[in-house]
Design a protein. Structure first.
Length: 317
Protein backbone atom coordinates (compact mmCIF):
# COMPACT_ATOMS: atom_id res chain seq x y z
CA UNK A 1 0.00 0.00 0.00
CA UNK A 2 2.84 2.38 0.86
CA UNK A 3 4.57 1.81 -2.47
CA UNK A 4 1.33 2.30 -4.41
CA UNK A 5 0.57 5.50 -2.52
CA UNK A 6 4.05 6.87 -3.10
CA UNK A 7 3.98 6.05 -6.81
CA UNK A 8 0.60 7.77 -7.03
CA UNK A 9 2.17 10.86 -5.49
CA UNK A 10 4.93 10.75 -8.09
CA UNK A 11 2.32 10.59 -10.83
CA UNK A 12 0.46 13.64 -9.53
CA UNK A 13 3.67 15.62 -9.11
CA UNK A 14 4.57 14.99 -12.71
CA UNK A 15 1.09 15.97 -13.85
CA UNK A 16 1.38 19.48 -12.43
CA UNK A 17 4.99 20.33 -13.08
CA UNK A 18 4.29 22.15 -16.36
CA UNK A 19 1.32 24.50 -16.27
CA UNK A 20 0.31 27.96 -17.46
CA UNK A 21 -1.96 30.34 -15.60
CA UNK A 22 -5.13 28.86 -17.04
CA UNK A 23 -4.45 25.28 -18.10
CA UNK A 24 -2.86 22.12 -16.78
CA UNK A 25 -0.11 20.65 -18.96
CA UNK A 26 -0.22 16.97 -18.13
CA UNK A 27 2.66 14.57 -18.52
CA UNK A 28 1.83 11.08 -19.75
CA UNK A 29 3.23 8.75 -17.15
CA UNK A 30 3.10 4.99 -16.99
CA UNK A 31 4.07 4.16 -13.41
CA UNK A 32 4.86 0.52 -12.67
CA UNK A 33 7.40 -0.51 -10.06
CA UNK A 34 9.37 2.72 -10.29
CA UNK A 35 9.07 3.33 -14.02
CA UNK A 36 7.49 6.04 -16.11
CA UNK A 37 7.03 7.09 -19.72
CA UNK A 38 7.69 10.39 -21.47
CA UNK A 39 5.97 10.96 -24.81
CA UNK A 40 6.28 12.99 -28.01
CA UNK A 41 2.82 14.59 -28.23
CA UNK A 42 2.96 18.32 -29.12
CA UNK A 43 0.71 21.00 -27.58
CA UNK A 44 -1.71 20.69 -30.51
CA UNK A 45 -2.70 17.15 -29.49
CA UNK A 46 -6.31 17.22 -28.30
CA UNK A 47 -8.55 14.53 -26.79
CA UNK A 48 -11.96 14.51 -25.13
CA UNK A 49 -12.42 18.22 -25.76
CA UNK A 50 -9.12 19.24 -24.19
CA UNK A 51 -5.65 20.00 -25.56
CA UNK A 52 -3.92 19.10 -22.32
CA UNK A 53 -0.39 18.10 -23.32
CA UNK A 54 1.08 21.58 -23.30
CA UNK A 55 4.81 21.59 -22.66
CA UNK A 56 4.98 17.97 -21.55
CA UNK A 57 6.66 16.52 -24.62
CA UNK A 58 10.21 15.23 -24.89
CA UNK A 59 10.73 18.07 -27.35
CA UNK A 60 9.54 20.93 -25.12
CA UNK A 61 9.58 19.70 -21.51
CA UNK A 62 11.28 22.17 -19.16
CA UNK A 63 14.36 20.25 -18.09
CA UNK A 64 15.23 22.96 -15.56
CA UNK A 65 12.05 22.31 -13.60
CA UNK A 66 13.06 21.26 -10.08
CA UNK A 67 9.86 19.31 -9.44
CA UNK A 68 10.48 17.20 -12.51
CA UNK A 69 14.13 16.70 -11.60
CA UNK A 70 13.39 15.67 -8.02
CA UNK A 71 10.54 13.37 -9.07
CA UNK A 72 12.73 11.53 -11.56
CA UNK A 73 15.71 11.53 -9.22
CA UNK A 74 13.35 9.68 -6.93
CA UNK A 75 14.35 10.94 -3.50
CA UNK A 76 11.94 13.26 -1.71
CA UNK A 77 9.86 13.52 1.41
CA UNK A 78 7.07 10.97 1.49
CA UNK A 79 4.12 13.36 1.24
CA UNK A 80 0.74 13.62 2.82
CA UNK A 81 -1.35 14.40 -0.23
CA UNK A 82 -4.70 16.04 -0.77
CA UNK A 83 -6.18 18.00 -3.66
CA UNK A 84 -7.99 21.30 -3.68
CA UNK A 85 -9.55 23.11 -6.63
CA UNK A 86 -7.64 26.12 -7.90
CA UNK A 87 -10.83 28.16 -8.15
CA UNK A 88 -14.33 28.01 -6.72
CA UNK A 89 -15.91 27.79 -10.15
CA UNK A 90 -17.47 24.61 -11.51
CA UNK A 91 -14.96 22.15 -12.96
CA UNK A 92 -13.78 23.26 -16.40
CA UNK A 93 -11.92 20.53 -18.26
CA UNK A 94 -9.50 22.97 -19.85
CA UNK A 95 -9.04 25.73 -17.31
CA UNK A 96 -9.17 23.84 -14.04
CA UNK A 97 -5.92 22.96 -12.29
CA UNK A 98 -5.26 21.42 -8.90
CA UNK A 99 -2.78 22.36 -6.24
CA UNK A 100 -0.95 19.55 -4.48
CA UNK A 101 -0.25 20.19 -0.81
CA UNK A 102 2.71 18.26 0.52
CA UNK A 103 3.61 17.75 4.15
CA UNK A 104 7.28 17.15 4.90
CA UNK A 105 6.47 15.42 8.20
CA UNK A 106 7.24 12.04 6.69
CA UNK A 107 10.47 10.03 6.29
CA UNK A 108 12.61 10.16 3.16
CA UNK A 109 12.17 7.43 0.59
CA UNK A 110 13.68 6.60 -2.77
CA UNK A 111 12.63 5.19 -6.15
CA UNK A 112 16.09 5.65 -7.58
CA UNK A 113 17.07 4.60 -10.10
CA UNK A 114 13.84 5.34 -11.92
CA UNK A 115 13.35 3.62 -15.27
CA UNK A 116 12.17 6.05 -17.94
CA UNK A 117 10.82 4.91 -21.29
CA UNK A 118 11.08 7.55 -24.01
CA UNK A 119 8.45 6.77 -26.60
CA UNK A 120 4.74 6.45 -27.19
CA UNK A 121 2.32 6.82 -30.07
CA UNK A 122 4.37 9.24 -32.18
CA UNK A 123 7.70 7.46 -31.73
CA UNK A 124 7.26 5.72 -35.10
CA UNK A 125 7.01 9.15 -36.73
CA UNK A 126 10.17 10.59 -35.15
CA UNK A 127 13.18 11.32 -37.33
CA UNK A 128 16.64 11.89 -35.87
CA UNK A 129 18.78 14.78 -37.01
CA UNK A 130 22.11 13.65 -38.40
CA UNK A 131 25.35 15.35 -37.45
CA UNK A 132 26.28 17.94 -40.07
CA UNK A 133 22.83 17.82 -41.66
CA UNK A 134 21.98 21.39 -42.61
CA UNK A 135 18.36 20.63 -43.45
CA UNK A 136 15.71 21.86 -41.05
CA UNK A 137 14.54 19.48 -38.36
CA UNK A 138 10.75 19.96 -38.53
CA UNK A 139 8.37 19.86 -35.61
CA UNK A 140 5.25 17.73 -35.58
CA UNK A 141 2.49 19.51 -37.49
CA UNK A 142 -1.18 18.72 -37.09
CA UNK A 143 -2.69 17.04 -40.16
CA UNK A 144 -5.88 15.04 -39.65
CA UNK A 145 -5.41 13.14 -42.92
CA UNK A 146 -2.25 11.45 -41.65
CA UNK A 147 -1.80 8.55 -39.23
CA UNK A 148 -2.23 9.75 -35.64
CA UNK A 149 -3.16 13.19 -36.99
CA UNK A 150 0.38 14.56 -37.30
CA UNK A 151 3.24 14.80 -39.76
CA UNK A 152 6.64 13.35 -38.94
CA UNK A 153 8.64 15.27 -36.34
CA UNK A 154 12.34 15.51 -35.67
CA UNK A 155 14.64 15.13 -32.68
CA UNK A 156 17.59 17.52 -32.88
CA UNK A 157 20.91 16.38 -31.49
CA UNK A 158 21.07 19.48 -29.30
CA UNK A 159 17.81 18.41 -27.63
CA UNK A 160 19.08 14.84 -27.36
CA UNK A 161 22.18 16.20 -25.61
CA UNK A 162 20.02 18.14 -23.16
CA UNK A 163 17.86 15.11 -22.40
CA UNK A 164 20.86 12.89 -21.77
CA UNK A 165 22.50 15.40 -19.44
CA UNK A 166 19.22 15.69 -17.54
CA UNK A 167 18.79 11.93 -17.18
CA UNK A 168 22.41 11.48 -16.15
CA UNK A 169 22.11 14.13 -13.44
CA UNK A 170 18.80 12.73 -12.20
CA UNK A 171 20.14 9.17 -12.16
CA UNK A 172 17.40 7.74 -14.38
CA UNK A 173 17.76 4.57 -16.40
CA UNK A 174 16.62 5.28 -19.95
CA UNK A 175 14.97 3.01 -22.50
CA UNK A 176 14.59 4.73 -25.87
CA UNK A 177 11.85 3.72 -28.30
CA UNK A 178 13.10 3.71 -31.88
CA UNK A 179 11.06 4.50 -34.99
CA UNK A 180 10.21 1.05 -36.40
CA UNK A 181 8.32 2.38 -39.44
CA UNK A 182 11.34 4.04 -41.02
CA UNK A 183 11.64 2.89 -44.63
CA UNK A 184 8.27 1.18 -44.76
CA UNK A 185 5.14 2.06 -46.71
CA UNK A 186 1.56 1.54 -45.59
CA UNK A 187 -0.41 -0.87 -47.79
CA UNK A 188 -4.04 -0.62 -48.83
CA UNK A 189 -4.98 -3.03 -46.06
CA UNK A 190 -3.34 -0.77 -43.47
CA UNK A 191 -0.32 -2.96 -42.76
CA UNK A 192 3.26 -1.72 -43.00
CA UNK A 193 5.16 -3.13 -45.97
CA UNK A 194 8.90 -3.64 -46.31
CA UNK A 195 11.84 -4.06 -43.98
CA UNK A 196 13.02 -1.57 -41.39
CA UNK A 197 15.45 1.11 -42.60
CA UNK A 198 17.89 1.20 -39.70
CA UNK A 199 20.16 3.96 -41.04
CA UNK A 200 18.74 6.80 -38.91
CA UNK A 201 18.60 4.60 -35.83
CA UNK A 202 22.19 3.52 -36.41
CA UNK A 203 23.33 7.15 -36.63
CA UNK A 204 21.48 8.01 -33.40
CA UNK A 205 22.81 4.98 -31.51
CA UNK A 206 26.37 5.59 -32.72
CA UNK A 207 26.19 9.28 -31.76
CA UNK A 208 24.83 8.31 -28.33
CA UNK A 209 27.58 5.75 -27.71
CA UNK A 210 30.33 8.09 -28.92
CA UNK A 211 29.12 10.82 -26.56
CA UNK A 212 29.24 8.40 -23.64
CA UNK A 213 25.52 8.66 -22.93
CA UNK A 214 24.19 5.66 -21.02
CA UNK A 215 21.10 4.03 -22.49
CA UNK A 216 19.81 0.96 -20.68
CA UNK A 217 17.85 -0.35 -23.63
CA UNK A 218 16.80 0.30 -27.21
CA UNK A 219 13.19 -0.68 -27.92
CA UNK A 220 11.93 -1.19 -31.46
CA UNK A 221 8.55 0.32 -32.30
CA UNK A 222 5.35 1.16 -30.49
CA UNK A 223 2.10 -0.84 -30.65
CA UNK A 224 2.72 -2.44 -34.05
CA UNK A 225 2.08 -6.02 -32.89
CA UNK A 226 -1.02 -8.01 -33.85
CA UNK A 227 -3.51 -5.73 -35.58
CA UNK A 228 -1.54 -2.75 -34.30
CA UNK A 229 -2.57 0.82 -33.58
CA UNK A 230 -2.53 2.90 -36.74
CA UNK A 231 -0.70 0.16 -38.62
CA UNK A 232 1.00 -3.16 -37.97
CA UNK A 233 4.04 -5.22 -38.93
CA UNK A 234 4.01 -8.99 -39.39
CA UNK A 235 5.64 -11.01 -36.64
CA UNK A 236 8.18 -12.54 -39.01
CA UNK A 237 9.27 -9.16 -40.34
CA UNK A 238 9.37 -7.66 -36.86
CA UNK A 239 11.60 -10.50 -35.68
CA UNK A 240 13.94 -9.92 -38.61
CA UNK A 241 14.11 -6.21 -37.76
CA UNK A 242 14.77 -7.00 -34.10
CA UNK A 243 17.70 -9.17 -35.14
CA UNK A 244 18.99 -6.27 -37.24
CA UNK A 245 18.76 -3.96 -34.23
CA UNK A 246 20.65 -6.41 -32.04
CA UNK A 247 23.37 -6.67 -34.68
CA UNK A 248 23.65 -2.87 -34.71
CA UNK A 249 23.91 -2.70 -30.93
CA UNK A 250 26.59 -5.37 -30.84
CA UNK A 251 28.58 -3.62 -33.57
CA UNK A 252 28.35 -0.12 -32.14
CA UNK A 253 28.95 -1.15 -28.54
CA UNK A 254 31.78 -3.57 -29.32
CA UNK A 255 34.39 -3.12 -26.60
CA UNK A 256 31.92 -1.64 -24.12
CA UNK A 257 31.82 -3.48 -20.82
CA UNK A 258 28.08 -2.94 -20.52
CA UNK A 259 25.80 -2.93 -23.54
CA UNK A 260 22.17 -1.79 -23.79
CA UNK A 261 19.59 -4.53 -24.13
CA UNK A 262 17.18 -4.86 -27.06
CA UNK A 263 13.46 -4.77 -26.23
CA UNK A 264 10.26 -5.29 -28.17
CA UNK A 265 7.63 -5.18 -29.42
CA UNK A 266 6.00 -2.67 -27.04
CA UNK A 267 2.50 -3.52 -28.18
CA UNK A 268 -0.76 -5.25 -27.32
CA UNK A 269 -0.75 -8.99 -26.79
CA UNK A 270 -1.83 -11.21 -29.65
CA UNK A 271 -1.03 -14.85 -28.88
CA UNK A 272 -0.22 -16.03 -32.40
CA UNK A 273 1.73 -12.90 -33.26
CA UNK A 274 3.75 -12.94 -30.02
CA UNK A 275 4.49 -16.66 -30.27
CA UNK A 276 5.89 -16.27 -33.77
CA UNK A 277 7.79 -13.10 -32.94
CA UNK A 278 9.46 -14.49 -29.83
CA UNK A 279 10.33 -17.76 -31.55
CA UNK A 280 11.83 -16.05 -34.60
CA UNK A 281 13.80 -13.47 -32.61
CA UNK A 282 15.32 -15.82 -30.03
CA UNK A 283 18.91 -14.90 -29.28
CA UNK A 284 18.38 -11.25 -30.24
CA UNK A 285 15.36 -10.16 -28.20
CA UNK A 286 16.43 -9.66 -24.58
CA UNK A 287 13.23 -8.28 -23.05
CA UNK A 288 9.60 -8.66 -24.12
CA UNK A 289 7.46 -5.56 -23.63
CA UNK A 290 3.66 -5.55 -23.68
CA UNK A 291 1.12 -2.76 -23.30
CA UNK A 292 -2.14 -3.07 -21.40
CA UNK A 293 -4.59 -0.32 -20.40
CA UNK A 294 -6.98 -1.78 -17.84
CA UNK A 295 -9.02 1.42 -17.59
CA UNK A 296 -9.02 2.22 -21.29
CA UNK A 297 -7.24 5.08 -23.08
CA UNK A 298 -7.88 7.68 -20.39
CA UNK A 299 -9.72 10.98 -20.39
CA UNK A 300 -9.52 14.42 -18.89
CA UNK A 301 -10.22 14.34 -15.15
CA UNK A 302 -11.97 11.00 -15.68
CA UNK A 303 -10.75 9.70 -12.35
CA UNK A 304 -12.21 12.62 -10.39
CA UNK A 305 -15.87 13.06 -9.58
CA UNK A 306 -16.71 16.44 -11.16
CA UNK A 307 -18.94 17.44 -8.24
CA UNK A 308 -17.03 16.30 -5.18
CA UNK A 309 -13.53 15.97 -6.73
CA UNK A 310 -13.30 12.56 -5.06
CA UNK A 311 -11.37 9.91 -7.06
CA UNK A 312 -13.72 7.91 -9.26
CA UNK A 313 -11.82 4.80 -10.44
CA UNK A 314 -14.92 3.21 -12.00
CA UNK A 315 -15.21 6.00 -14.58
CA UNK A 316 -14.09 3.77 -17.46
CA UNK A 317 -15.63 0.46 -16.40
Amino acid sequence: MGLFFSLSVLLFLLLVLCFSSNMIHSLSVNVTEGSERLCWWPPEKCDYGSCSWGNASLLNLDLNNKILFNAIKGTYDKPLLFLSPFSENKLDRVKKIYIIHVSSDRPKMSFSPLKVRLGGTLQDKVMYQKIGDQETCPNFTKNSSLMFGFTNGCLTMSRWDQLNVFFKNSGAKVVFGLNALSGRTIGLDGTAIGSWDSSEAEALIRYTANKGYIISGWELGNELSGTGIGTSVTAQQYASDTISLQNLVQKIYAGFQEKPIVLGPGGFYDANWFNEYVTESLGSLQAITQHIYNLGPGGNYGLLNTTTFVPNPDYYR
